[in-house]
Design a protein around this ligand. Structure first.
Ligand code: ZN
Length: 404
C-alpha cells in the first residue's frame, strides 16, 4: 500500500476543515480541532492559508466567551466562487447563477420548447441564457468555475452521455462537450433528479444524513438515492429509474415505450391525460378555451371534484406502493418529495401515506421520515448548480482536483 505523502495529507486536512465549516455554518478554531481531531496548531496554520486564499473569512460572534474574550468564528466566503446551473425541460429552460453555498445571485426561466430540437439549436439557447444570467448577476464569465446541466432521462454523468431522454428521440446526446467547448468552462451533465438530490445533500433536507431518497414529481417521476453518503448510480450510472418501474403490465402506455410504469399514473403529464379522459367520458364537467392545464386540475381537486380526487387517489396508492418497496429494501432515514407535482397536496399524499404504512413493516415505517418539500421555481437550476459545487468541495481522496 503506498504511503500518503505530506502534500496529500495536508490536502485531506484542508478538505476536512473546509467541510466542517460548510456543515456547521460558523465555527471556532477550537471546535474545528475537536471535530476533525487535528491539532490546534495544524488548524491555525491551515485556516490561515484558507483566509489568505479568500475561501473563508473571520466573523466576530455575538457576546464573549466564558473568560470574557472576543470569540472569532470562521465562515465560508460565499463569494469565493460562482457556478451556473441549467435545467432543461420539454417546454422551458431554467438557469441560475449561485455562489459557493448555492445562494442565488440571478435566475431566469425561459419558456421555450426544447423537445425535438437539434442539439446545436439547444446549445445556442443554453449559451445565450447563461451569458445573460451571468451578466444579470453582475459577474464576468471568467468568474464562473463550472456549469451544471440537469436533464431528464438516463444520463451517465461520468461520460456526459445521455442514453435516453423524453426530450429527444436519439440517444448519445453530446450536450456536455458542446456547451463546454462554446463557453470554455468545465461542464457537467446529470440526470435532473440527481441534481436535486445533490442540492438536498449539500445544502438542504439531506444535510448530515447518509441514507435518503428524493422523489421528484413533474412531467416525469424522478428519483435520487443516497446510500452511505453517496449517490447510488448502479453499473451504468443510470440507477434509480423509479418512474419506470412497472406496476401494471397491461396498464397505461408510458413515454418510455413500456406499459404500466409508475410515471404513467403519478406524473403531472399522466394526471393531465387522465383528467382529459374524465372530461371526455362526462365524469368531470369542465369547459375551457385555453386547453386543460395542471392548474385547472389542482384547483378542481382542491374543491373536491370526485373524478379528480379519484385520479389522485389512484396515483397516491401507486406512489405509496413503490415507495414502501424501497423502504423495505433501503431503510432510508428520510424520503424527500419535491417537484411541481407537490401542489396536489393531501389528495395525492394522503393515499400515499396510507399505502406506505399498510405495506411497510412497522419497524421500518416508524424510522422513515417523509418530507413533502415546498417547491420553488429556481430549485431545479439550483440543483444543477450543486452538481458543480460538489465537485468544488470534493475530497482530495476522490482524485478530482478542486477548482477552487
Ligand atoms: Zn416508463
Amino acid at each position: 500500500m503506498p504511503v500518503a505523502n505530506g502534500e496529500l495529507i495536508r490536502a485531506i486536512n484542508q478538505f476536512n476543515i473546509l467541510n466542517t465549516i460548510r456543515i456547521h455554518g460558523a465555527i471556532s478554531r477550537i471546535e474545528i480541532a475537536e471535530i476533525t481531531g487535528q491539532s490546534r496548531a495544524s488548524v491555525t496554520n491551515i485556516t490561515a492559508k484558507l483566509i489568505q486564499e479568500n475561501l473563508i473569512i473571520e466573523k466576530e460572534a455575538v457576546g464573549t466567551s466564558a473568560r470574557g474574550r472576543r470569540r472569532i468564528l470562521l465562515i465560508l466566503n460565499s463569494d469565493a466562487a460562482y457556478v451556473v446551473g441549467v435545467k432543461v425541460s420539454a417546454f422551458r429552460i431554467s438557469c441560475a447563477v449561485t455562489d459557493l453555498q448555492a445562494g442565488i445571485k440571478s435566475s431566469i426561466i425561459v419558456p421555450v420548447r426544447t423537445s425535438e430540437r437539434s442539439e446545436k439549436y439547444l446549445a445556442d439557447l443554453i449559451e445565450d441564457i447563461i451569458r445573460h444570467s451571468v451578466e444579470d448577476a453582475r459577474l464576468r464569465m471568467d468568474r464562473i468555475s463550472g456549469i451544471g446541466i440537469g436533464i431528464p432521462g438516463f444520463v451517465d454523468t461520468r461520460s456526459g452521455i445521455c442514453y435516453w431522454t423524453p426530450l429527444f428521440k436519439k440517444g448519445n446526446y453530446g450536450l456536455k462537450d458542446i456547451v463546454q467547448k462554446r463557453l470554455n468552462i468545465k461542464t457537467y451533465v446529470e440526470n435532473d433528479s440527481n441534481t436535486i438530490t445533490l442540492a438536498h445533500q449539500w445544502f438542504g433536507e439531506g444535510k448530515g444524513i447518509d441514507n435518503f431518497i428524493v422523489v421528484t414529481i413533474e412531467d416525469g417521476v424522478g428519483m435520487g438515492i443516497v446510500s452511505n453518503g453517496q449517490i447510488y448510480r448502479g453499473s451504468r450510472g443510470i440507477a434509480a429509474e423509479f418512474g419506470h418501474v412497472v406496476v401494471d403490465p397491461d396498464g397505461r402506455p408510458c413515454r418510455c415505450g413500456k406499459k404500466g410504469c409508475i410515471e404513467a399514473y403519478v406524473s403531472n403529464f399522466s394526471i393531465l391525460k387522465a383528467a382529459t379522459a374524465a372530461i371526455k367520458e362526462g365524469e368531470w364537467k369542465f369547459t375551457t378555451d385555453h386547453g386543460l392545464k395542471m392548474d385547472d386540475v389542482w384547483s378542481a381537486a382542491e374543491k373536491g371534484e370526485t373524478a379528480l380526487v379519484n385520479i389522485f387517489k389512484k396515483a397516491g396508492n401507486i406512489l405509496g406502493e413503490g415507495l414502501s418497496g424501497l423502504i423495505q429494501i433501503l431503510n432510508p432515514d428520510k424520503i424527500i418529495i419535491s417537484g411541481e407535482g407537490v401542489r396536489a397536496g393531501d389528495y395525492l399524499f394522503g393515499p400515499m401515506q396510507e399505502t406506505i404504512q399498510a405495506h411497510s413493516n412497522k419497524e421500518l415505517y416508524d424510522t422513515t421520515q417523509i418530507v413533502i418539500q415546498k417547491w420553488l421555481d429556481t430549485d431545479w437550476a439550483r440543483g444543477a448548480a450543486s452538481l458543480v459545487l460538489q465537485e468544488l468541495y470534493k475530497s482530495p481522496l476522490n482524485k478530482i482536483k478542486p477548482a477552487i
